[in-house]
Design a protein around this ligand. Structure first.
Ligand SMILES: [Zn+2]
Length: 263
């Protein structure tokens, strides 16, 4: 069993446009799906992925209802778990979190760059408190982002700050912080935080990957790709070069995700 904890897809009508724009903004990353749910599932089948978490981001306050409407539709699929999204500046962010929870979504994605906030900013406290009260998982984009210049707003130290107010599981994407393995080792490893292992292949030196696996508990690592930007098969290639016991591998590939998602 293989569960991919970090994928993206878009409504059919806008998928092509969304993927082209994101590809352009990232400097030309080649999309590995067509951006639709159908295409995502085809590529999951090709790479042996059984289930996936599908992440969306409300990039402005007026968009969040539509984004969550799509997530709720996607979440009906037996193989997919869609996370919702709220924009920190939306006046109805707290009510929207209640709607997300009532619809049965297991978590939300927050993106400090696209949504313009520092992960440890005091203004996030009411949102984090509401998330904790509802028992939702929070998945943060973490570290660098190819579409933005520094300073970055979701660095390991910012995520550490956010943990003060979040009592429910927190997942830091991209091995705890894209492009920031040294800070991840110093700041987040050993803390009560999950890392999704997406986008590591060809961006994270193998030696750092091994150190993060060794220093962070295997109970807090989640297999992930970041489709359409990376393929699950690529991430497996990186993981296959690492020294990890078979039982820890099972935790990383599916067990940890199963317990987080309540399967
Ligand atoms: Zn992503």
């Amino acid at each position: 069993m293989l569960i991919d904890f970090h994928t993206h897809a878009f409504p059919d009508k806008i998928a092509q446009r969304a993927v082209s724009k994101l590809s352009y903004d990232s400097g030309g990353l080649e999309p590995q799906t067509q951006g639709t749910i159908t295409s995502l599932k085809q590529e999951m089948d090709r790479d042996g992925v059984d289930m996936a978490v599908v992440l969306s981001i409300a990039t402005n306050p007026t968009q969040q209802k539509n984004v969550n409407h799509f997530a709720m539709e996607v979440n009906r699929d037996d193989r997919l778990f869609a996370f919702g999204s709220v924009h920190p500046d939306a006046p109805d962010a707290l009510e929207e979190l209640e709607r997300i929870h009532a619809a049965g979504l297991k978590g939300i994605k927050l993106h400090p760059e696209y949504q313009g906030f520092y992960a440890d900013d005091e203004k996030m406290k009411p949102i984090y408190r509401k998330i904790s009260e509802l028992g939702l998982i929070t998945l943060f984009h973490a570290g660098d982002d190819y579409g933005f210049l520094p300073p970055y707003h979701g660095m390991p130290e910012h995520l550490l700050g956010a943990l003060r107010w979040l009592d429910t599981p927190v997942v830091a994407a991209h091995w705890g912080g894209l492009g920031q393995p040294q800070k991840v080792l110093e700041t987040l490893c050993g803390r009560d935080i999950w890392f999704d292992l997406s986008f590591g292949y060809s961006t994270l030196p193998k030696e750092y990957a091994q150190r993060i696996v060794d220093r962070h508990t295997p109970d807090r690592l989640l297999f992930a790709s970041d489709m359409p930007w990376h393929r699950p098969e690529w991430e497996l290639r990186l993981l296959n070069t690492l020294d990890i016991s078979d039982s820890d591998r099972q935790k990383i590939y599916c067990r940890n995700a199963q317990s987080l998602l309540g399967l």
